[in-house]
Design a binder for this molecule. Structure first.
Ligand code: SF4
Length: 560
């Protein structure tokens, strides 16, 4: 069953109205990779009537009002990515194409989609219902943040949008508690995983420097960023003053348990675009999504340019092998299935089965597990994955199961018992043509600012890879992802990296991304303040053509 997006569907369900209406910046694809679809299906299973309105036209009331007013609340999301990242390249050029818009043309998701959709609802409906904002865009703009599009510090999106509640992180628990609290007329300010505006501050919460201070002082912004990330790791309540009021963030929602993760991933998803949007044109993202399977949540990689820690958290929660097998069996039994699972993975594919909660059971809350070196308490053990891979290969109608999600090669090296066996398994059965790894850089002074291992570690993995493919008599080869113009990286560093890449990796990389300072990552704080978290002044390339030049240094073809 699709979640309704038209009045006709409400009538067919015998629903006079919806309790909750989600508004999204992406076309509605009925899978758990679509945050609004996942929350919608989860809340319907809990007995609520839910509707979805995707990519409403912001210049007319028609789209936003076609399901009427919800009984309980609106849930607004910019989509799977921040709308400014979805709509613009790392050099600030508008993207022409969009894989999450029917027809593939980037012409339906407005810039700053969350702000625009909240404003559209407020303009269109005289009768008010609470508006919640969630998803990546809202989550990572919940406090003062650097906005690359305007090259300045912007205030909290909750304050700027005048929405009522912001749900940060993975939203199942918070949205269900919100729905029940609103249904029963209870206070919603106690719910974990939400932010709200207040005139008063709760006891024991961590105070961040005021927005107004951060907007004019880079040192204040750096101080704020360090305190924010530290408090996120400690799962504390946080607040920040902006325009005389407080943005209060409660402690994060507790992660779902493995059994709950199984439950939400086994909801009856159609794995198709809703016909209403499919009629508008092909949604290209469906091609990979419809046969992709998620095995776990969380990532303890802590790459400084990544927002997963601030959004999804570092704690690994894995689905059961049984649940994953049931899902693949269901996909493989569908008419038209071509025998291929395009991805079996997660934020980092090879963290499946390495479940632990930071700050509990002898694990610390603050240190990074993989940086500067792999912690000896880390349960770096690929055995559960190897067992899962062996099981899913036996499922009827399965020809190939690919791992397309990122793989941390330093984790394979760290697993002295099962690492090599895991590598053999994936190279033999689950990688086609080339194994993609993301060292991102080579030079220690840059990789240290990324919280990533340097070239020495990469060389060790390449040697293991070469030995393994030789034994397997396999034609597979490695391809590498690099980032150019990362904070702290000079042209000289790039040239030195190129020298290493040519001499040691013997390749001319093509996959080089120019660093994009996205909201609420450590790397973005480095970019804006031109300082490292220990207060050292660092070089940051901000000149458009020199940023491009840094990319060209790595991609230019060299005689190997
Ligand atoms: S003790 Fe080690 S493995 Fe555990 S959370 Fe801390 S750094 Fe990570």
């Amino acid at each position: 069953m699709f979640i309704p997006t038209t009045k006709k569907e409400l009538d067919a369900l015998g629903w006079e109205k919806c309790d909750i209406i989600f508004v999204s910046g992406d076309a509605y694809i009925d899978t758990y990779f679509d945050g609004c679809a996942l929350l919608g299906k989860y809340l319907i299973k809990q007995g609520f009537r839910v509707g979805i309105i995707s990519q409403p036209d912001i210049d007319s009331p028609d789209d936003i009002s076609r399901l009427g007013l919800p009984e309980l609340f609106w849930g607004v999301s910019g989509g799977a990515m921040d709308s400014m990242v979805a709509n613009y390249t790392s050099l600030g050029l508008r993207r022409k194409e969009d894989d999450l818009t029917p027809g593939g043309i980037n012409n339906r998701r407005p810039d700053r989609a969350v702000l625009k959709y909240v404003n559209l609802i407020q303009r269109t409906f005289k009768e008010k219902r609470p508006i919640t904002i969630g998803g990546i865009e809202a989550s990572l703009r919940r406090f003062a943040h650097y906005d690359s599009h305007t090259d300045k510090i912007r205030g909290s999106i909750l304050a700027d949008s005048k929405a009522d509640i912001l749900v940060f992180g993975m939203g199942e628990r918070a949205n269900l508690e919100l729905a029940n609290a609103l249904k029963n007329g209870e206070n919603i300010e106690q719910i974990r995983g939400v932010c709200y505006m207040s005139k008063t501050i709760p006891e024991g919460f961590v105070q961040l420097p005021d927005f107004e201070e951060c907007a004019v002082s880079k040192d204040k912004f750096l101080e704020m960023s360090k305190l924010f990330f530290r408090s996120c790791k400690l799962k504390k309540g946080i607040f920040q003053k902006q325009a005389g009021r407080f943005i209060v963030q409660n402690p994060p929602a507790l992660p779902l348990t493995s059994a709950e993760l199984d439950e939400v991933h086994e909801l009856d998803f159609e794995r198709k675009v809703h016909p209403y949007y499919a009629a508008m044109g092909e949604v290209r993202a469906l091609d990979t999504i419809k046969t992709s399977v998620l095995t776990h949540r969380g990532c303890f990689g802590a790459c400084s340019f990544c927002s997963i820690t601030a959004h999804q958290g570092a704690d690994i929660v894995s689905r059961s092998e049984g649940s994953i097998i049931r899902e693949i069996t269901e996909i493989a039994s569908r008419p038209g299935f071509n025998g291929v699972i395009s991805d079996l993975g997660g934020p980092t594919a090879n963290m499946y089965g390495m479940d632990f909660v930071k700050g509990e059971n002898g694990h610390c809350a603050l240190k990074e597990c993989l940086f500067p070196e792999v912690c000896n308490k880390l349960p770096a053990d690929h055995s559960r994955q190897i067992s899962l891979l062996k099981s899913v290969r036996k499922i009827k109608n399965i020809k190939h199961i690919f791992i397309s999600s990122g793989i941390r090669y330093d984790l394979i090296l760290a697993d002295r018992i099962h690492g090599e066996e895991y590598l053999r398994e994936i190279l033999t059965h689950h990688i086609s043509g080339q194994m993609k790894i993301a060292p991102e850089h080579i030079i220690k002074s840059v990789t240290d600012l990324m919280n990533k291992p340097d070239g020495k570690n990469l060389k060790e993995f390449k040697d293991l890879f070469d030995r393994t493919v030789k034994k397997l008599k396999s034609p597979l080869f490695l391809t590498y992802y690099f980032i150019a113009a990362f904070p702290g990286c000079t042209e000289r560093d790039q040239t030195e990296a190129k020298r290493f890449i040519s001499a040691v990796l013997k390749t001319n990389p093509k996959q080089v991304q120019i660093f994009t300072p996205t909201p609420s990552t450590e790397a973005t704080a480095l970019y804006w303040t031109e300082k490292s978290f220990d207060g050292r002044k660092i070089f940051v390339e901000k000149n458009f053509s020199k940023r491009k030049r840094q990319k060209e240094i790595i991609t230019e073809r060299k005689k190997l």
